[in-house]
Design a protein around this ligand. Sequence first.
Ligand code: FNR
Length: 368
Amino acid sequence: SRMPSLAACYNLMDFEAVARQVMKKTAWAYYSSGADDEITMRENHAAFHKIWFRPRILVDVEHIDMSTTMLGTKCSIPFYVTATALGKLGHPEGEVVLTKAAHQHNVVQMIPTLASCSFDEIVDAKQGDQVQWLQLYVNKDREITRKIVEHAEKRGCKGLFITVDAPQLGRREKDMRSKFSDPGSNVQGTGDDIDRSQGAARAISSFIDPALSWKDIPWFKSITRMPVVLKGVQCVEDVLRAVEAGCDGVVLSNHGGRQLDTSRSGIEVLAEVMPALRERGWEKRIEVFVDGGVRRATDIIKALCLGAKGVGIGRPFLFAMSAYGLEGVDRAMQLLKDEMEMNMRLIGAASVEELNPSLVDTRGLMGG
Ligand code: FNR
């Protein structure tokens, strides 16, 4: 089949269609799969459609400033490249492709524990004052984890994102059926007793500690000066507990629908979280991020209106990279920036600070 040209990709969904045609079946299965019936994976994007805009008119929107800060880092637009494992399944250069694109667009990249490239390769690919965060899967052997965290801080990482939604990896049946046999990975601390018959995800994740608990959080804070963020929080009670535990941030996320199926979308959880934080006057004590199903700038804007500091984007950049390499990711990011500028103008908000709850109608969400 003929490969569509990059110029024919007009939005983030278009990259997925091309990637599906050109990627190896096993790689496609790993990237595209969600847990079980993939209900949460589909809901992640669909949930944004339950929110409607209430745009304001006659606001001076000649100049649009979409820049913001996340964990103290200035960035050009309120999204970051979230951590996704096994970048070399999609492109021979792996995660460094994302590093280069993130640099071109001044966006933050979260480095996955289970990257295909080594951690140092990804940090070495960084340019200038580009900012990276580390996503951490916590090893049963805490000394391995301590070394990873200390090394990341020494190499300049500006945030520690501890994944808390994966005490056991979800069952991604598409991935399991495709029988992962091509690791292409360079993963530390995984041991070599890996069982490839269970799909890529399970093959590489046996070291993750299911005993990780709130009791461990003070330890993380004691071994690093990086901001500590919990990735994969799914209800308001746990956000409040994260504030009390002294966490600097949370990512409201269900791991792209790859873990607990029929858990709620991050944007749905956000609508329950922010009023509770504001009620306690805690909204400045913690930065709230959302990921899952963000495909349009309107999705980003909705999350910001509801109080998120920024959003993470996963699969679209993997698909753009798999289909077109660096040029693809570059275009995907540019498309988002163009959409963002236009939609902020149409909503009547000239800057990120002007995005607020009165600009959205959330009555369609479960919490109303
Ligand atoms: C992920 N995600 C993920 N999260 C994490 O904490 N550690 C990891 O190793 C991975 N690996 C991973 C691989 C792949 C292929 C995907 C698609 C996702 C979850 C990721 O960080 C994020 O939560 C979701 O990808 C966000 O949803 P979207 O943008 O992919 O819809």
